[in-house]
Design a protein around this ligand. Structure first.
Ligand SMILES: C[S@@+](CC[C@H](N)C(=O)[O-])C[C@H]1O[C@@H](n2cnc3c(N)ncnc32)[C@H](O)[C@@H]1O
Length: 467
């Protein structure tokens, strides 16, 4: 894969950004809820893979039949938080490799993992270089929110596909660039004001301008609330969303075309925000590019695109008689928590979640030990409303193979609602006559940047950020 001078330059600025403002930002003493990350685990991908291809065995199970072979999992663009969660979610027998372009991020990841580092290797390199140089092969690859910050995502996808062992899997998450148009407008407005992420005063000014804008515009207020759970937006969030030095813009069709060209097949789409409730369960029946793009353009789908992929060529399951059962332990067993994003699902009531989540986790562990039975799920399902059962299925907490009753299985595939509701956008505010315009003009004059064209362009960007 060619890592050209331009792409090196861009990688350099992306690296500097993450050195100064790691994302997601979690203080070094804060605990990390690995439960939120369960869908990154190779075991989850494997369970889903075998649901789709019952006559193929995922490569992560191989060591059960052969105790001497190992499984490697690559966490590409790992950041500092994901490795901690992955270390807890992966069995000890799995070798984990975290690759990141940013040295300080890897230092912090190592520090967080100091007790459990065995079996976890970190590589400080751009992913483009790692994929060209390594000879290692992987059972599972996670590339979450990495490809959108690279100049050659197509080449990286092809490189990752080559790294997969037969019947291995890849999880790719990328931003939904269409729904982030409003952020790009604000990014350009700040850039025309010549604000720099390296200057704390500029950061403070950007926050001030956003605060003024949200006082007038309920659309912007809601959008900012959606991206930041905190009362006050963290600097790292502000920089990630409004000062990122590089982010590519591709459509669903582009991603899907590159997957196909790399010999990969989508076997599941993860609907984190419950935005695909009016179509068949996307985790079990992946929608095509047209369906997704149409919904994105209509404003029904704003969340990230999350794909489970496997090679188009799969190997049939080979039944090998197991000589002895291999005991597998997990690094930090107690670290399972209920995922926070489940709580935002409109069809799930908070009280019903914990029980099912426990049952599901148990099933994940036992699946690892090759005992995929239904765990009496059928009985316990009766206590849930139909919409809840369907939502659990969309998160992968119930898979059809866990059930025996055909009618119950059908429910897991069915849409939850008849049609998707459009979230009501409020009236767009013309900021030209507000305190925001006054503040922008004053700042431009203070910085000796004022001219009426620049002022007009900046204000127009704020207006456009509401569309
Ligand atoms: C948005 S963070 C995502 C971190 C992690 N994957 C997660 O989902 O929590 C992007 C990470 O990718 C890393 N990164 C960006 N470009 C990269 C490249 N070309 N090669 C390797 N890592 C890269 C950054 O340093 C940063 O840690």
């Amino acid at each position: 894969m060619i890592h050209s001078a331009t792409s090196r330059f861009i990688s350099g600025s992306v690296r500097s950004k993450y050195e100064a403002h790691p994302f997601p930002e979690v203080k070094i003493w804060e605990t990390i809820d690995s439960g939120d990350y369960y869908h990154h685990s190779s075991l989850f991908a494997a369970k889903l893979f075998e649901q789709h291809f019952p006559d193929c065995s995922h490569s992560v199970w191989q060591h059960v039949v052969d105790p001497y072979s190992t499984n490697s999992v690559l966490v590409a663009g790992c950041g500092e938080v994901l490795p901690v969660a992955m270390a807890r979610l992966e069995p000890r027998t799995h070798h984990l490799v975290g690759v990141d372009i940013c040295k300080s991020v890897l230092h912090r990841a190592k520090y967080r993992l100091y007790k459990t580092l065995d079996g976890f290797k970190f590589v400080h390199a751009p992913i483009e270089e790692f994929l060209t140089e390594t000879r290692q092969r992987f059972s599972h690859i996670d590339a979450s929110h990495l490809l959108e910050y690279t100049t050659n995502p197509k080449g990286i996808i092809a490189g990752m596909s080559e790294m997969l062992v037969p019947n291995g899997t890849i999880k790719i998450s990328v931003n939904n660039s269409y729904s982030k148009r409003w952020m790009r407008q604000l990014r350009r407005a700040f850039s025309s004001l010549e604000l720099k992420a390296t200057n704390p005063k500029d950061i403070a000014l950007a926050i001030k301008l956003l605060n003024i804008a949200t006082e007038y515009s309920s659309v912007l207020e809601r959008r900012i609330k959606q991206i930041s759970n905190q009362k006050k937006m963290k600097t790292s969030e502000l920089v990630e969303y409004f000062f990122h030095p590089y982010e590519n813009i591709y459509e669903v069709h582009d991603w899907m075309k590159w997957f196909d060209e790399a010999g990969l097949q989508i076997y599941g789409v993860f609907d984190r925000l419950g935005e695909l409730s009016d179509i068949e369960n996307p985790l079990l029946v992946p929608p095509d590019a047209d369906t997704l793009q149409k919904r994105i353009n209509l404003g029904f789908m704003k969340g990230p695109l999350e794909f489970y992929l496997c090679s188009q060529d799969r190997r049939k399951r080979q039944w090998v008689k197991r000589k002895r059962k291999v005991k597998t332990s997990f690094r930090l067993r107690k670290a399972w928590h209920l995922p926070k994003f489940w709580q935002q699902n409109p069809y799930l009531s908070k009280t019903s979640m914990p029980k099912l989540y426990r049952v599901w986790l148990q099933s994940l562990y036992s699946a690892y030990q090759r005992e995929q039975n239904s765990l009496g799920l059928m009985g316990s399902l009766d206590v849930y409303a139909e919409q809840e059962i369907k939502s659990f299925a969309r998160y992968g907490a119930i898979l059809p193979s866990m059930l025996k009753d055909h009618r119950a299985i059908k429910k897991l595939y069915d849409p939850i609602t008849k049609s998707q509701k459009m979230t009501r956008e409020h009236q767009v505010v013309d900021f030209f006559d507000t305190a925001l315009a006054y503040k922008v003009e004053r700042e431009l004059r203070k910085r000796d940047l004022y001219d009426s064209k620049r002022f007009y362009v900046i204000m127009e960007r704020f207006v456009q950020s509401q569309f």
